[in-house]
Write a protein that binds this ligand. Sequence first.
Ligand SMILES: [Zn+2]
Ligand SMILES: [Zn+2]
Length: 257
Amino acid sequence: MRTPAWTEDELVLAGALVVKNGWRELRTGDPEVHELSELLRSLPIHSAEALALPGFRSPDSVSRKTTDFATNHPQYGGAATRCGKPTRLMIDALISREAEMLQAAQAIEEGIGSGELHSIPPQTEEVDETGAIAIEGRLLVRRALARERDPKLRKLKIEQMRRRGRPLSCEVCDFNFAHAYGELGEGYIEVHHVTPLHVSGPRETKLDDLACLCANCHRMCHRSRPGTTWRTPASLRALVRKSTQSALHPVAPTSAS
Ligand SMILES: [Zn+2]
Ligand SMILES: [Zn+2]
C-alpha cells in the first residue's frame, strides 16, 4: 500500500499551523509538529493498513508538509518544494479565506477532542459524482450532513418557520411543495446546513444555521466540482440570477440601453 495522500482535513490542520507560525515551516523536533502528527493519526479517516505504514503522518512527514506550505506561498523568496495540487489549493484558500479556514481547523480539533467526530458514521454524500472525496473538510462535511438529516432538527426548523409565519418555500427559488403537489406536498421541505465550516458550539446546531430548500436547489448546493463544493443558499441564488439574466440577454447589453 502506498502512503495515502493528505486529505482536505489534514491539509487544513497543517496549513493552519503554518499560518499561525507566520507562514514559516516547522521543524521535526517542534512540539507542535509532534502534536499535529498525533492528531492526524487519530482522525477517524485512516485505515488500520495506512496507520501501520512506517512513517505515516510522522513528525518528519508533518514537518515536510509545513515546508511545502511555506515554500509554495506566492511570496516565498526561495525555491519551492514539490507538492500536489490539493496543497496549492489549500494555500490559496488560506490566503483568500484565512479566518474561515482557521475556523475549520479549530472545528476539526474541537470535534476530535470532544469525541463527536469519532461518533458520526460516514455519510453517503461525502464523495462527488466521480467518486472523489469532496474538497472541503471531510469530517466537517460529514457532521453537517448528519445534522441536516437529523429528523429532530428538521422538525424544529419547520416549527421555527411556522412560528415566524413563513411559508415552507425554498429559500432559493420559492418552490412550495404544497402548492405544487397539494396535500401530498404539505409540510415537506428539505433542510440544508448553510455551511459545514460554521461552528456554533460543539454539539448544537443553531436553527438559523439551517436553510429550507426544495430538492433541486438542495442538490445544487451539494454538487461537487473541482475546487468548489457545498454552496450556501445565497451563492446559489446569485448563480440562478446570473444564469437567468444571461438567458434573457444572450448579448451583453450596451451602455446606451
Ligand atoms: Zn429551490
Ligand atoms: Zn444540505
